[in-house]
Write a protein that binds this ligand. Structure first.
Ligand code: FAD
Length: 561
């Protein structure tokens, strides 16, 4: 039953502006698509795309009607129907991953069928079609996520670190899932008990309707869902980028859009640290701020639009330094060769040396303050450790929902470490108490953090507070252990580049060229370092993005010679 002109199915009825998500193409637009595909007939009942299929072709309906079917329902459920001038596809067209829905012809008719590769080519060259397709694909994926449509069911508890991790992994990968909360659904708990699923097995993930994974690692989930299945590891890439934070994603956008064959390796989640930021207010062009998830989610889509490939949950374990080719050894034992390399592996927050800290990670201890965490501590007292901008932002953000926020810093004040606008907001906020010269000394609780102790260093007085939510934002350690001495590092382990490299650094690496290293180049020709991992970098999203894009200009120079 059509809900609006030409669009039918239950999903259409729930959408606010279905004509934006399921637009009709004009005759002129269809004529521009036609040379990129093949005209073919369809017959009623014919399955055009099967769930799990990879790669997924794209269809423009010329006549007749097709339906998009929900995959995991016990009985088949039609989500949407499409008629003449409308087209198929959602986020999968950009990612190259497996199909989440079945597409079937309802009536006899005709379509234009376009391969994914050719569609990506068309998106890169036709600005008008690119805008229509990108908007439709992204909004359709948003609807799938919002409706929990997809091939994954996650059963877990919001008080379990593993559940938060898996939810974040699926969310940052833009993968829809249906979540069953054990704390609210007693029947689900009974079911798990009957199958002898213990607390240590939670969360349970039912993947693609059959595989049951107990407390799976991110790599296991990526393998089961085929996130990296379409990526060829054998051919030598122009450019391999290690790390998919803002620096790596920016390098990938510029590299791929300028014609380089780019592969990004990400050991964990696309988006990096920035992806976990609740609100980035100082990034150019977003006067009202933007969440890290939104910003990096858009960047991730842009990377895929330009045809760069991203391997997730597969980190670089070692770099083999043998110019002119570099080989990155992967955590799973494979290796990828490249003519140029950009290291954008970022840095990680420091953790206070408290013996039972890991016991409460995800169960009261957090390293990011996004909307998800703010919901967990609504109406409660929270403590934040750290005096930098991220701690300040978290304090202001959490104070919107928490009963009270205690900000603990070792120094006498915030002036040296935090932007002035944030210091002022903290000082003026009635729900934030700044506790200077204060150090965390103990944590206590059972399955969840219940009490926090801190000491005021001047008086030596230890206070105990009934605080169940603690945010640690205490500086960064670079992710450079995997480089295994291949490039020069400073005394804190950050990568030295360009003018920071000493003559000794060049001699040690037997620098073979008459020119000096470029601005962001390490002491290995063609190996660049950008973003938080680079010595002297200003730890901001804008710096990371700027450095990632600048490095690509130097990559071109290296590849030309
Ligand atoms: C909570 C929070 C709030 C922040 N708010 C702001 C803000 O408002 N404004 C601002 O300008 N900055 C902010 N920052 C800082 C900003 O996020 C960082 O400066 C920025 O993310 C750095 O980008 P990057 O790409 O260099 O590194 P990262 O974002 O750290 O990304 C590095 C990526 O590399 C991956 N990686 C690591 N090792 C490997 C390996 N061996 N193989 C493959 N991949 C690997 C990591 O998993 C990660 O995804 C904030 C940071 C945090 C944590």
């Amino acid at each position: 039953m059509p809900a609006v002109d030409g669009i039918g199915g239950p999903l259409a009825a729930t959408l606010s502006r279905p004509e934006r998500i399921f637009p009709a193409l004009t005759a002129a637009q269809i004529a521009r698509i036609a040379p990129h595909g093949r005209h073919r007939a369809i017959t009623a009942g014919e399955v055009l795309v099967e769930v799990g299929q990879q790669p997924v072709p794209f269809f423009v309906v010329l006549s007749g009607e097709i339906e998009i079917l929900r995959p995991s329902a016990a009985t088949e459920a039609v989500m949407i129907t499409q008629r003449a001038s409308q087209f198929t596809g959602e986020g999968t067209m950009l990612t190259g991953r497996r199909a989440l829905t079945r597409i079937r012809a309802v009536e006899d008719g005709a379509v234009i069928e376009v391969d994914r590769e050719r569609l990506i080519g068309l998106i890169q060259t036709d600005a008008e079609l690119s805008a229509i397709f990108m908007r439709a694909f992204i909004l359709r994926r948003v609807e799938l996520i919002a409706g929990g449509y997809g091939d994954v069911v996650l059963i877990g508890s919001m008080h379990c670190a593993g559940t938060l991790r898996v939810k974040e992994f699926l969310t940052r990968n833009g993968h829809p899932f249906h979540y069953i909360d054990l704390d609210r659904d007693a029947d689900a708990q009974d079911l798990l008990d009957r199958f002898h699923v213990t607390a240590a097995d939670v969360p349970v993930l039912i993947c693609r309707g059959d595989a049951v994974l107990r407390n799976p690692g991110n790599q296991q989930i990526a393998d089961c869902l085929g996130f990296n299945a379409g990526i060829d590891r054998t051919h030598v890439r122009d450019l391999v980028i290690v790390g998919a934070g803002p620096a790596g994603l920016a390098a990938a956008v510029y590299g791929a859009s300028e014609g380089l064959d780019v592969l990004v390796l990400e050991s964990n989640l696309p988006g990096g640290q920035a992806g976990s930021s609740s609100r980035i207010e100082n990034y150019l062009g977003f006067p009202t701020g933007i969440s890290g998830l939104d910003l990096t989610g858009r960047a991730y889509a842009q990377v895929q639009k330009f045809g760069a490939q991203v391997m997730v949950a597969k980190g670089a374990a070692k770099l083999a330094c043998a110019p002119p080719l570099y080989a990155v050894h992967l955590e799973d034992g494979g290796r990828i060769e490249a003519r140029a390399l950009i290291i954008a592996s970022g840095a990680q927050y420091r953790k206070p040396a408290l013996a039972n800290l890991s016991q409460f990670e995800g169960a009261g201890i957090y390293y990011a303050a996004s909307r998800m965490e703010s919901q967990l501590c609504a109406g409660e007292e929270v403590a934040i450790v750290g005096g930098g901008n991220s701690a300040g932002q978290a304090a202001v953000f959490l104070a919107e929902t928490a009963r009270h926020v205690h900000l603990l810093v070792r120094k006498d004040g915030l002036a040296e470490t935090m932007s002035r606008y944030l210091v002022r907001r903290i000082e003026e906020h009635p729900a934030i108490t700044l506790r200077t010269r204060t150090e965390l000394v103990a944590l206590d609780g059972d399955r969840h953090l219940e009490h926090v102790q801190w000491r005021e260093s001047g008086t030596g007085v230890i206070e105990t507070h009934g605080i169940r939510h603690l945010f640690l934002m205490t500086g960064a350690v670079p992710n450079t252990a995997w480089l295994d001495g291949c490039v020069a590092l400073d005394e804190r382990g950050f990568i030295k580049t360009g003018p920071d490299l000493s003559p000794d650094d060049l001699t040690t690496a037997r620098w073979p060229l008459t020119r000096s290293p470029y601005l962001l180049e390490t002491n290995r020709p063609g190996v660049f370092a950008v973003g938080d991992v680079r010595c002297g970098n200003i730890k901001r999203v804008a710096s990371a993005v700027g450095e990632g894009s600048i490095a690509v200009a130097f990559v071109h120079q290296v590849l030309r010679h």
